[in-house]
Design a protein around this ligand. Structure first.
Ligand SMILES: Cc1ncc(COP(=O)(O)O)c(C=O)c1O
Length: 346
């Protein structure tokens, strides 16, 4: 099987497993897990923030960050296609009691002017208090799109002017950095807090981190515990994340090259439509334009030939490249696409 459903499907390599087995561990709820502590220091240094905290998932990272910054009844400005709004089981509402102000924005990118207009006047008691601007980089459902650094800077200016905070869901921040050839700092200097994921493009089995000021992380520590994310001998998992940072970060451009190769091949088939400009990182979104096909039938046909992709809508499909997909796999998948769909009329 060549599995393009997500970059979360990777399995730990023997070398990563070995690093996990050798980890020194302790009770992390008591702050005694030396490997987790090392990971947190390393992440803080990499992101150039004062402190970082290991959390079990990207979903918990986002929920903890929202809960730190906002009180029940407050409002968070967020794109209407963000992962946190669509796919995190309404954790912001259920665990944090906040309301989202959903915004449009081409490619998943918020418009600083629109955001500025959307921040409520805190003096007016009819409105919820706007506390947070929440951005996602890369933006998953917009196609793995990269946030322009300039826009993040402008959003940070809006946040400062309006007295709210800017948070980045950076589940795939390193893909954005690889695409632009910049260091994380180029983004992180503009955000008050952010999350990163080890279990996506970096290929670790578990884990995310949040980062920000020491005070932010102190408060996040409390909410991580409240949300059930206080874990004990997590050094085994932290070791996988450390291994991923040391070995899998530099290779992300390969995934981007593979995604482009796949996208270009799919774009040559009449029954699909691909916006090649939107293919900026490791994701390929394509629309089924043939009347006699839909996402489900295409997925079924590909599956029979050993190629797995995921549906986004009835006519939209997503293929994601990652650590466990080689260039050879992509070439093989392209052959399958051509065999199945070359002759299908648009
Ligand atoms: C952009 C983004 N944020 C957050 C998450 C949530 O991560 P997790 O599955 O670790 O909860 C995902 C998951 O794919 C994601 O794509």
């Amino acid at each position: 099987m060549i599995d393009f459903r997500s970059d979360t499907v990777t399995k730990p390599s023997p070398e990563m497993l070995e690093a996990m087995m050798k980890a020194e561990v302790g009770d992390d709820v008591l702050g005694e897990d030396t490997t987790a502590n090392l990971l947190q220091e390393k992440v803080a240094a990499l992101l150039e923030k004062e402190a970082a905290l290991f959390v079990p998932s990207g979903t918990m990272a986002n929920a903890v960050a929202i809960r730190v910054w906002a009180e029940p009844g407050d409002e968070v400005i967020i794109h209407k296609l963000s992962h946190t709004y669509l796919y995190e089981t309404a954790s912001a509402a259920a665990l944090c009691g906040v309301q989202f102000c959903l915004m449009d924005g081409a490619g998943g990118i918020l418009d600083p002017k629109d955001v500025s207009d959307a921040v409520h006047d805190p003096e007016k008691d009819h409105f919820p208090r706007t506390r947070m601007i929440f951005i996602e980089n890369t933006h998953n459902i917009a196609g793995g799109s990269v946030y322009p650094v300039e826009v993040v800077k402008e959003l940070s200016e809006v946040a400062k002017e309006k007295g709210v905070v800017l948070h980045m869901d950076g589940a795939r921040l390193f893909n954005a950095c690889a695409a632009l050839g910049v260091k994380p700092r180029e983004y992180t200097r503009y955000v008050d807090s952010l999350s990163i994921c080890f279990s996506k493009g970096l290929g670790a089995p578990v884990g995310s981190a949040i980062a920000g000021s020491r005070d932010f992380i102190k408060r996040a520590h409390r909410f991580r515990k409240m949300f059930g994310g206080g874990m004990r001998q997590i050094g085994y998992l932290a070791a996988a994340a450390l291994y991923a940072l040391d070995h899998n970060l530099q290779r992300l451009p390969e995934d981007h090259t593979n995604a482009r190769l796949l996208a270009e091949a799919i774009s040559e088939l009449d029954c699909f439509d691909v916006d090649l400009d939107a293919v900026q990182t490791n994701m390929v979104f394509f629309d089924v334009v043939a009347d006699d096909l839909d996402a489900a039938s295409v997925i079924g046909m590909l599956l029979e030939e050993g190629v797995l992709v995921g549906s986004i809508t009835r006519k939209r499909i997503r293929a994601v490249t990652h650590l466990d997909i080689s260039r050879q796999d992509v070439l093989q998948a392209i052959e399958v696409f051509r065999k199945l769909f070359s002759k299908t009329a648009a």
